[in-house]
Design a protein around this ligand. Sequence first.
Ligand SMILES: [Zn+2]
Length: 436
Amino acid sequence: MKKSFFIFFALAAFLSTAGFSAKQNNLLDRLAEDYVKLALAVGAYSPGYIDAYYGPPDWVVKHDDSVLRRGFPAAELRKKANGIIKNLDTAASGHLSALEKLRVDFLRKQTMAIRAEIDVLGGKKFVFDMETKAFYDVVAPVHKREEFEKTIAALEADLPGTGSIQERLAALRSKLIIPADKLPIVFNAAIAECRRRTLAHIELPKNENFQAEYVKDKPWGAYNWYQGNAYSLIEVNTDLPMDISGPLRLAAHEGYPGHHVYNVLLEQKLVKERGWIEFTVYPLFSPQSLIAEGTADYGVELIFSDEEKMKFEKEVLYPLAGLDPRHAARYARVQKLISGLRYAENEAARGYLDGKISKKDAIAWLICYALESPARAAKSIDFWNQYRSYLINYNLGQDIIRNYIEKTAGADQSLKRKWQIFYDILSTPRTPSGLK
Ligand SMILES: [Zn+2]
């Protein structure tokens, strides 16, 4: 009885707002199309800005040299961005479902980030914290060197011996490098396990698939190039030797339940089932990157407990790589502690990109407080030079995702509940400030 009353009530409510909702949806769909076209228009002037696009092919903008020589049309594009934002504000004041509200908020924040990129391409300079706010909807907290020194001191127990802590860590790592010819077999085993564990919690379309390739001369460690139709190209950079802690982290991050799963779910749930065209484009310097990197880095915590992860590495990955599994437990503890140094990179990048410290000082800081090898530290600088403040999406993103999931789960901190919330984040429009 109660149930049928509810259905009648819901139906009446639906009928009274249906006309209005349809109008709102038309407006939102039109604004979503404008947003995609604006992102592509900016991307035509900024190589690498469009990370993925699988919408209508004839929307892609390609300019010949004569158009590019005329310069970047900042004022014209800025006006378009402002128009979209203004119309979104109007849409937001109407009657919207909870999901539509998320949609409007997402489109508004994404368009604001595109407007910031228009300003940058037009010559405006942002300092680090302003840039992260404009692009990623967050400001990264400042961390003091004392915090990192405490974590580094805690490493002493697992890295005994003489020499600096960096030298002792390098000596251990040198025993744990995966031989180049074994990397594909180790990575394949890692990604198969991450996929198996993810599919136990999340249903994906039957045709979902990926291809892994090994590349060189890149500023990043690995990259997921989403192609649409549930398919990812995952590139792994082999410039630097990879130690045994790498494959699981990369497989979870780029594949399952990270970027591949995120992109597949957005395509399936929002583009295919709802026709929300805005998810066919992914402008790199936008709040979506914090959600993408944060969920990708959190994913490995979700599919493995520390103990399970160490056990899998020891029993499967070490033997496949031909490495001595007796190091597994100690190296897992070392890696866990080192993950507490992730924010050290933000401090060096903030100083370096704001012109307050030199490249040499930034490298010295990374070696000292992030315990990066000199080669890895040089790669970090290459990454900042190309992607600027993007790095905060990893460490801060992971913490924002973890905190949101734990807070939303409340009294029920079961794995099942955490997967449900994680799935909701991956399959609905989200913004970093919306997860606070
Ligand atoms: Zn990533």
